[in-house]
Design a protein around this ligand. Structure first.
Ligand code: NI
Length: 162
């Protein structure tokens, strides 16, 4: 993912905005649309939403660690296995509603951490080396924009085919 050198205020705005857009979009989608994907074998809408939640959980956890500890090691993360193990494909309405609530809570916690003077604090990733809060949050924000666009695209394509 290509970093764009976003400013802290742009990152915060993005993290607030994508959360709100995702909640709004999912309220509009019929439950049947959750099973759509961009191509056979690719993640469904439900799985992409699950993946976004997982990423907030894991990356939010990394950001929290970096804010509270001195140069902590950052644990790795295998997105595919989370999505498979948690079985998002089969989620029903109440499970998805709960997931979105947990997602929103995680996001609020992450945003609260970013109110402090934390942007230059760093953690150490096994493969990437030192990563600052600035970089971690920018990746989180851009990653979320990317997947949100995917969901929007899947939904637009489905509507055109009706
Ligand atoms: Ni992803």
């Amino acid at each position: 993912m290509e970093l764009q050198n976003l400013r802290p205020d742009q990152i915060i705005l993005s993290l607030q905005d994508t959360m709100t857009r995702l909640e709004k979009l999912l309220r509009q989608l019929p439950e049947s649309a959750w099973q759509l994907s961009i191509a056979p074998g690719k993640w469904t809408v439900a799985e992409i939403v699950g993946h976004l939640y997982d990423t907030e959980e894991v990356w939010g956890g990394r950001i929290e660690k970096v804010c509270h500890e001195e140069k902590p090691d950052l644990p790795g993360y295998d997105p595919e296995s989370y999505v498979r193990q948690r079985g998002y494909k089969q989620y029903n309405l109440s499970e998805m509603t709960e997931l979105l609530q947990a997602y929103r809570q995680h996001r609020e916690k992450t945003l609260a951490l970013l109110q402090g003077d934390v942007w230059r604090r760093v953690g150490v990733h096994l493969e990437e080396g030192e990563m600052s809060v600035q970089v971690l949050t920018e990746i989180l924000a851009l990653h979320e924009q990317h997947h949100l666009q995917q969901i929007e695209q899947i939904w637009q394509t489905a509507q055109q085919q009706e």
